[in-house]
Ligand binder design. Structure first.
Ligand SMILES: NC(=O)c1ccc[n+]([C@@H]2O[C@H](COP(=O)([O-])OP(=O)(O)OC[C@H]3O[C@@H](n4cnc5c(N)ncnc54)[C@H](OP(=O)(O)O)[C@@H]3O)[C@@H](O)[C@H]2O)c1
Length: 246
């Protein structure tokens, strides 16, 4: 078991960071986690721990920002590590400039970066950057979140991709297994989510086969730079990460 939790945007006030992590530990019934990430580089209006308001919105339906610098949030994360509440601290959804700002001020480096990666979204540049900085890399929504409610009708579904169907047939594996194997052979940690027992088992049975270089290249070739977690309700925020090339 490797347990990860994340600090939410409404708890970026440095005085709330430890409180939120302790609240998560209570929910998880554990004394510490293996990893705690800053979920987004976006500070939203402070909220208590009741969970009543996850996304405070203004009259225009946009997230209400708060003035907490990401550098200060990182310093508060470091205090949580020093207090033994988490064994590692890391980042999620930060762009290169934001990662570099953390690197400039940190005394403890981020150990992990969690970003969206799927066969349609290789996200290579930020992965390469963080790899060079010595971070482990996690692919979230590794199956492309095929059942997301906000999916546009014209957006493709990886489970209908012929390249993946052909490789899955040749390997005697499912499309999901081929996708997950593809990611781990790229050196990524994968966190597919499923509420279906048979799929949870299926998704872990990926260590008994290997994709060839040719198969890896074919899958890499279906990349469409299709990001599906855009979080546009936060797009007005000065730290919104996805206005940069990466
Ligand atoms: N850091 C971030 O900002 C961020 C953002 C988004 C997600 N995440 C993390 O990433 C994890 C996964 O993301 P996600 O759930 O959005 O996307 P995902 O793992 O790519 O896709 C999950 C969907 O795929 C289905 N599925 C799972 N295994 C399958 C299989 N073997 N065959 C066919 N369908 C399968 C699931 O259905 P069933 O559940 O019905 O089986 C579910 O609908 C989450 O647990 C979350 O913690 C992080």
């Amino acid at each position: 078991m490797f347990i990860t939790t994340k600090l939410w945007n409404t708890h970026h006030n440095p005085s709330l960071v430890e409180t939120e992590l302790k609240d998560s530990l209570k929910s998880l019934r554990t004394d510490y986690v293996d990893l705690c990430l800053i979920h987004w580089p976006i500070a939203l209006q402070d909220q208590d721990m009741s969970g009543k308001t996850i996304l405070p919105l203004n009259a225009d339906g946009k997230g209400i920002p708060a003035e907490h610098a990401i550098e200060d949030v990182w310093k508060a994360m470091k205090e949580c590590l020093k207090a033994g509440l988490t064994r590692n601290i890391g980042l999620s959804n930060f762009n290169k400039k934001q990662v570099d700002r953390i690197m400039k001020i940190c005394t403890i480096k981020p150990s992990n970066m969690q970003v969206e990666v799927s066969p349609y979204f290789s996200n290579n540049q930020i992965l390469d950057h963080c790899r060079q900085l010595g971070m482990t890399l996690t692919a979230y929504a590794p199956l492309g979140a095929p059942n997301r409610p906000w999916r546009e009708s014209e957006e493709p579904n990886v489970f209908e991709e012929q390249v993946l169907k052909d490789i899955a047939t040749a390997k005697g594996k499912t499309i999901a297994q081929v996708i997950l194997r593809f990611h781990i052979q790229r050196g990524l940690v994968v966190i597919p989510k499923s509420i279906t027992a048979s799929r949870i088992k299926e998704n872990i049975q990926i260590f008994d086969f290997t994709l060839t270089n040719d198969e890896m290249s074919k899958i890499a070739g279906i990349n469409k730079n299709l990001r599906v977690f855009k979080n546009s309700l936060m797009a007005n925020h000065k730290e919104y990460p996805f206005n940069e090339p990466f």
